[in-house]
Write a protein that binds this ligand. Structure first.
Ligand code: HEC
Length: 115
């Protein structure tokens, strides 16, 4: 019984830890691809802030992954889509899990106190 509980704790801890690693990877990709030029963390500038995007896509990680892969429609500020579309081309050849890391980083942003 004790062993089972320990196993559960380990599994749960591992999942939380993996989630954290994934978000960190997403942040690196976001920075390396120049997304920060137009997307600040908290205030809308040229593009919507990460917080604004995260609120719109909250609970729809798959939707954001699809959008980042160029397979979705913009829902935040569609009228400014023209500026964002070329950016999607620049990340079109990332791996699937990199698109997912990006999506996780963006969506989970507003849940973090250290953000
Ligand atoms: C030249 C400025 C610029 C850069 C660089 C830029 N974006 Fe954007 N982005 C925008 C603008 C403007 C919008 C608002 C238009 C829209 O919502 O489609 C936007 C919107 C978005 C959205 C919301 C899409 C939606 O559903 O409306 C996401 C997600 C996003 N950007 C991710 C990124 C990522 C990831 C990068 C880096 C690869 C990036 N952006 C780089 C200007 C930029």
């Amino acid at each position: 019984m004790k062993n089972k509980i320990l196993l559960l704790i380990l599994l749960f801890g591992g999942t939380v830890l993996l989630g954290a690693v994934d978000k960190a990877a997403g942040e690196v990709i976001f920075t390396q691809h120049g997304c920060t030029m137009c997307h600040a963390k908290d205030v809308d500038t040229i593009g919507p802030s990460i917080r604004t995007i995260s609120l719109r896509y909250s609970g729809d990680e798959n939707g954001l992954v699809a959008y980042l892969k160029g397979q979705g429609k913009p829902i935040v500020y569609p009228e400014r889509e023209g500026m964002m579309r070329p950016q999607l081309l620049r990340i079109a050849n990332l791996y699937e899990d990199e698109h997912r890391s990006l999506a996780r980083y963006i969506i989970q942003a507003f849940m973090r106190i250290d953000f």
